[in-house]
Design a protein around this ligand. Structure first.
Ligand SMILES: Nc1ncnc2c1ncn2[C@@H]1O[C@H](COP(=O)(O)OP(=O)(O)OP(=O)(O)O)[C@@H](O)[C@H]1O
Length: 230
C-alpha cells in the first residue's frame, strides 16, 4: 500500500492543494476542472511549475523513481510521441519487451516501425500504455487518458486498463472528471474540490450513495455526457 501522508501545493502562501490518501491497487481522483487533479499528478511526478512549491510525504514499500518504478500516461496520445520519429526510436526498453507488450495489447508488430501520425488514436493509446509498462512500474499515474478518444474507444481503453492491471499488478492513480468512468476502472474513488477531499471510498458506494451535492453534480454531468453521446 502506498500512503500519501502529505501532499500540499502552494502558490506563495496560498494553498492550492492539501490532500492525503491511501492507494491500494487502484484509486480514481475525480473532480471538476480546476479542482487540482493535474497539479496532484505533477507533484507526485516531481514536475510542478516553478512558481509553485510543494510538501510531499509518501510512504511506500518501494522507492518511487520516475521512468522506472513510477510511470505516467498523459492525456493526449496524439501529442505524447514525437511525430517525426518512428516508434522504434522512441522505445527505451528491449525489443523483446516491445514484442511481448505489443502482442498483449493486440498491436500488430509492424506498427513498431511506423511514425505516430500513421497510427489511429486507439493504436497510439495502446502504444503509450506499452511505453508506460515497459519499465515494469509499480505505480502508474494516468491523466484522463481517454479524453482525446472517441466514446467507443474510451470503453475499450477502460477494459484494457483493467486487464493490464490484473496481469501486471501495478497500482494506479487515475485522474478524471468522469465519475462513472472512474468507477469502471478503479476500485476506490477520491472526490476532490478546490484541492481538498470531498469524499472517498469504494467506487460503487460513492456512485450509489454520494454524500455531497458536489459528487451528485459530478454524477449528473457524467450521465448528461453519456446521453449526449448517444
Ligand atoms: N502554475 C500555476 N500557478 C498558479 N496556479 C495554478 C498553476 N497551475 C494550476 N493552477 C491553479 O490550480 C488549480 C488546480 O489546477 P489543476 O490544473 O490541477 O486542475 P485540474 O483539476 O487538473 O483541471 P482540469 O480538469 O481542467 O485539467 C486551478 O485553480 C488552477 O488555476
Amino acid at each position: 500500500m502506498i500512503r500519501v501522508e502529505t501532499l500540499k501545493i502552494y502558490e506563495g502562501e496560498r494553498p492550492l492543494v492539501d490532500l492525503n490518501f491511501e492507494l491500494k491497487d487502484s484509486l480514481a481522483l475525480v473532480g471538476q476542472s480546476g479542482s487540482g487533479k493535474s497539479l496532484t499528478l505533477k507533484a507526485l511526478l516531481g514536475m510542478l511549475p516553478s512558481n509553485l512549491r510543494s510538501e510531499l510525504k509518501i510512504s511506500a514499500p518501494f522507492g518511487l523513481v520516475r521512468g522506472w518504478t513510477l510511470s505516467f500516461v498523459p492525456q493526449n496520445p496524439f501529442t505524447a510521441l514525437s511525430p517525426l520519429t518512428k516508434i522504434r526510436k522512441q522505445w527505451f526498453a528491449s525489443e523483446e519487451k516491445a514484442r511481448e507488450l505489443f502482442a498483449l495489447l493486440g498491436l500488430e508488430w509492424s506498427l513498431f516501425d511506423r511514425y505516430p501520425p500513421q497510427l489511429s488514436g486507439g493504436q497510439l493509446q495502446r502504444i503509450i500504455f506499452a511505453v508506460a509498462l515497459s519499465s515494469d512500474p509499480k505505480l502508474i499515474l494516468l491523466d484522463e487518458p481517454t479524453t482525446a478518444l472517441d466514446p467507443h474507444l474510451r470503453e475499450e481503453v477502460a477494459r484494457i486498463l483493467v486487464e493490464l492491471q490484473k496481469r501486471f499488478a501495478f497500482s494506479m492513480l487515475f485522474v478524471t472528471h468522469d465519475i462513472n468512468l472512474a468507477a469502471k476502472i478503479c476500485r476506490e474513488t477520491l472526490v476532490i474540490r478546490e484541492g481538498r477531499k470531498v469524499e472517498a471510498g469504494p467506487s460503487e458506494v460513492i456512485l450509489a450513495h454520494p454524500r455531497s451535492d458536489y459528487t451528485r453534480r459530478l454524477l449528473e454531468a457524467s450521465f448528461a455526457r453519456r446521453e449526449f453521446r448517444r
